[in-house]
Write a protein that binds this ligand. Structure first.
Ligand SMILES: [Zn+2]
Length: 239
């Protein structure tokens, strides 16, 4: 937190897992220590399998997390992950569907995690969101076409440190075409540390490397991108 503040970070979004009481308690501590932070709570597709026998509790679990952590402004990460496949896909879809419906009801933005499940993700967003639910495709890893589909639904597209990886040329192409009013940058700490910190525990201050890369590939002044991303986050979370 000290390093992030020293580098001029004025906002952060911290993702917590609904239903994980230890994590919710830590989030309350973080909120006390770092008032600039905002939270998002949801049931991640990786843990959706825990709800296989109790799908009817999903709404209550998320509502409870939203109520117990101060400064929650979004539901997420929610979505589908057919790459890691840590939960049965049908259960992932049901848990995701329920949370999109809840976001619509509560008028909250959502933070989407999707891996190799783009078509199903978009279909559920269309079916349950009714065009009223927006948010962000977090840690985006798709190509230009996938980015356009996210933008067509009114979502922001968020790029993480993967953008700095040598082999991420397709992703950099996608980052070139996202309009600046739809652009976000993130670290996904503690994962995915950017070049030259790869392999280390990632932390918020290194979002600066994502800004460096965005500025370079978009040929825009870094300060302008920082300003625009900050404005986009402010608008998304209604700060
Ligand atoms: Zn994720």
């Amino acid at each position: 937190m000290g390093r992030a503040r020293d580098a001029g970070l004025t906002r952060a979004l911290c993702i917590v897992t609904a239903g994980d009481s230890a994590e919710l308690t830590r989030a309350v501590d973080v909120a006390r220590m770092w008032p600039e932070v905002r939270f998002s709570a949801g049931i991640h597709p990786h843990v959706a399998g825990q709800y296989a026998e109790r799908l009817d509790t999903v709404t209550a679990v998320v509502n409870d997390a939203l109520a117990s952590v101060p400064l929650t402004r979004a539901i997420g990460e929610i979505g589908l992950d057919y790459h890691h496949d840590l939960s049965p896909r049908d259960v992932q879809r049901e848990v995701f569907r329920t949370q999109v419906a809840l976001a619509r009801e509560l008028k909250l933005p959502i933070v989407i995690h999707t891996r190799e499940a783009e078509a199903d993700t978009i279909e559920i967003l269309r079916q349950e969101g009714h065009g009223e639910v927006t948010g962000v495709f977090h840690c985006f890893t798709g190509d230009q076409h996938a980015a356009r589909r996210a933008l067509d639904l009114g979502f922001l597209v968020s790029f993480a440190g993967i953008l700095t990886f040598p082999r991420a040329a397709d992703l950099r192409d996608a980052a070139r075409v996202v309009p600046e009013e739809s652009l976000l940058a993130e670290t996904d700490s503690p994962y995915l540390a950017p070049v030259p910190f790869r392999g280390r525990r990632n932390e918020p201050v290194w979002v600066g490397r994502v800004f460096d890369t965005l500025a370079e590939i978009r040929g825009a002044p870094r300060s302008r991108i920082v300003e625009q991303v900050t404005a986009n986050l402010t608008r998304l979370l209604r700060l």
